[in-house]
Design a protein around this ligand. Sequence first.
Ligand code: SF4
Ligand code: SF4
Length: 274
Amino acid sequence: MASNKPTYSPTELKEHQRVMRELRQQGQAAVTWGLPNPATEAAVLGMGLVMREKLADAGSTTRATDAAALAATMLDKTIQKMPQAPAYQCAKGCNFCCHGAVSVSAPELFRAVRLIDSVSGIDRAGVIGRAKARSAATFEAVLDLRGPCPLLIEGNCSVYEDRPMGCRQFVSTNAEGCRTAFEKRAGELPYVPGAANAGLILRSLLMGAAASLGLTAGTYELSSALVIALEQPDAEARWLAGEDVLAGALGTPQPPNMQDSVQRWSQMLASLYV
Ligand code: SF4
Ligand code: SF4
């Protein structure tokens, strides 16, 4: 059967290799500097490219975790260089924002689970029990419970260094405002909007990278997804093999255009490899 792969002339091949090299350089720069300002399409695509190359590293059993770590580093660097950064009041142990619902993609989930497995002293059964206790029919219902995240142990996030992007992207210059919203059990916490937007861009890139490799690119409510990932030790390997292993988890609503954005990055990334 004839191959559908295009045949490049030597000149075209050289040009393709140059483009890939430049995109890769831009993506690597974001590990140090975060999203550039302005965030050109080429720079953002380069960030997706390095995430995809991590996820595609078939020799690595930690490739989902590694891709999630890359996205989280890019997000942290982006947030650290925002003008509001000197006034951030977020710190480990400040947990008013840990009483709600968290949305995760599969790589972010598996990264947190790997940390749970690697650190002695985190009681898996306890996490599963607390996660099941937070089950509800919809993401909004979990949010309304305003209960503690199952990963919150004695007031501290047990996966703080490897926490999902949905937690990292919410930063605030007003911890008292966070306390008030928490104590009143109503209203939005006073987050920095630009940081949350950066989180959405980086998650759509991570999901686009996954989708471009034929992997399921959904978002899930953390508690329900944790139960699956902790009760099925091979969940990460099965997801990497293309199985929709989190199909039974509670899906989360996505911001407008998120799916379009994931689809677009997926197509653009896949087109680099034809
Ligand atoms: S967002 Fe608010 S509650 Fe969460 S860590 Fe920052 S200051 Fe604390
Ligand atoms: S994962 Fe950690 S930071 Fe995120 S909500 Fe749970 S306890 Fe808080």
